[in-house]
Design a protein around this ligand. Structure first.
Ligand SMILES: [Zn+2]
Length: 189
């Protein structure tokens, strides 16, 4: 029983310490760990394999390439509770050129309620997921990430995060989920 408890609590303590160190670049760590700031630098680059699948389109669900990237993202950010909205065939609910319609995009949540602004803990987890996707965009073939009113794209990666103007509010502004697009046919990668 003791061993089970210790194994269960150790990752929580580790994550809390890391969050505190990230949020407080200098000086002592006092009090509870604060959420990472919105403009936190990309999380440590984790060595990941290059996505082995070529660009393609799927009429339902995810392409093999997108499925692979989403799986790697979730393996590395286990606090994500879902990454949904592969191509469901309805072609509604997103802008006409959305990567969702070819099965090349996922919307990830961290247990927060869709349609509502997340609390600080879920927001921190979503920020980490967005950071991971950006930091590993090369091997993961990530083409765009939309999160927290901002957008990052591979072609303009030198500009970092930019203001997202494609929508507002918790859903349209992408405050309640992290949208990840994977390079599709025509993106040249
Ligand atoms: Zn989306």
């Amino acid at each position: 029983m003791t061993r089970i408890l210790r194994r269960a609590t150790l990752p929580v303590l580790t994550a809390g310490v890391l969050a505190a160190l990230t949020a407080v670049p200098s000086g002592g760590v006092t009090g509870a760990a604060a959420p990472a700031p919105v403009d936190a630098p990309a999380s440590t680059l984790v060595a990941v394999a290059t996505n082995p699948y070529g660009a393609s389109s799927a009429t339902t669900g995810y392409t093999a390439r997108a499925r692979w990237t989403i799986d790697v993202l979730r393996d590395n950010r286990p606090m994500l509770t879902s990454c949904a909205h592969g191509n469901d065939g309805s072609h509604s609910g997103h802008t006409s050129d959305s990567y969702h319609y070819s099965g090349n995009a996922g919307d990830c949540y961290a247990g927060n309620t869709p349609g509502q602004y997340p609390g600080p803990i879920d927001k921190d987890q979503l920020q980490r997921a967005a950071n991971f996707a950006v930091a590993n965009a090369g091997p993961l073939k990530v083409e765009q990430v939309i999160w927290n009113g901002r957008i990052w794209t591979w072609p303009r990666r030198s500009e970092g995060w930019r203001t997202y103007t494609g929508g507002t509010g918790p859903v349209g502004g992408h405050y309640d989920h992290v949208h990840v697009s994977i390079a599709r046919p025509g993106d040249g990668r």
